[in-house]
Design a protein around this ligand. Structure first.
Ligand SMILES: [Zn+2]
Ligand SMILES: [Zn+2]
Length: 199
């Protein structure tokens, strides 16, 4: 599912003189994720032409393990598209909040992500390096998904100084204290710890 609000500003010199006024604003509610597909025929006509894109959308299926961008969370997209000789460059930022459980205390955790984007769309895309232009259609969804999934934290924490769970009795050390002895060291690690790595 994809619910979104679109605010498109056209600054392409070709279209400004035609039917689109400066600052043309559309607000559309859509139900298909494929609507991230933009028609860019106007940009392709002239090198250097640009289009600003400012959108708030949501996307489902954005997760790695328990860490995810919730399907109802807002994903903010601020991009500038520019026609260059190789194709169309998309520069700007994608931001959203991730949600997960804390890797130390297992309580709910969440935090912000802000990702800088600078990617090329071209008709002969190179897998893993550039994104495809399908004729006059530029689909932003793969770019948005890649940017967010790569930025999801691998060891999410509820806060930077989370005390975690006691490995002996299991209490949440953020909330309670216990009298357990310091953690038992695995003898293999104890041997490593006795090495002086500064020499
Ligand atoms: Zn925690
Ligand atoms: Zn304990």
């Amino acid at each position: 599912m994809c619910v979104w609000l679109v605010r498109v500003q056209l600054s392409d010199p070709v279209t400004l003189n035609q039917s689109h006024p400066i600052g043309h604003i559309e607000q559309v509610t859509m139900s298909e994720p494929s609507k991230l597909r933009l028609h860019v025929g106007d940009l392709l006509k002239r090198f250097g032409s640009q289009r600003s894109i400012s959108e708030a959308i949501s996307l489902d299926d954005l997760s790695v393990g328990a860490t995810r961008v919730p399907a109802d969370a807002e994903i903010a997209i601020q991009l500038q598209l520019e026609r260059i000789s190789e194709g169309i460059v998309a520069r700007g930022a994608v931001s959203a909040r991730w949600a997960s459980e804390c890797a130390r205390c297992l309580q709910p955790a969440s935090g912000p992500m802000f990702i800088s984007v600078d990617e090329l769309f071209e008709s002969e895309a190179v897998a893993g390096e550039t994104y495809p232009l399908e004729g006059e259609i530029l689909d932003l969804e793969p770019l948005i998904r890649d940017a967010l999934v790569l930025e999801l934290p691998q060891a999410p924490m509820c806060r930077v100084d989370c005390e975690g769970l006691c490995p002996e009795c299991g209490i949440d050390r953020n909330l309670q204290t216990c009298t357990c002895a310091p953690e038992h060291l695995d003898p293999r690690w104890a041997a490593l710890q006795s090495l002086d790595l500064d020499q």
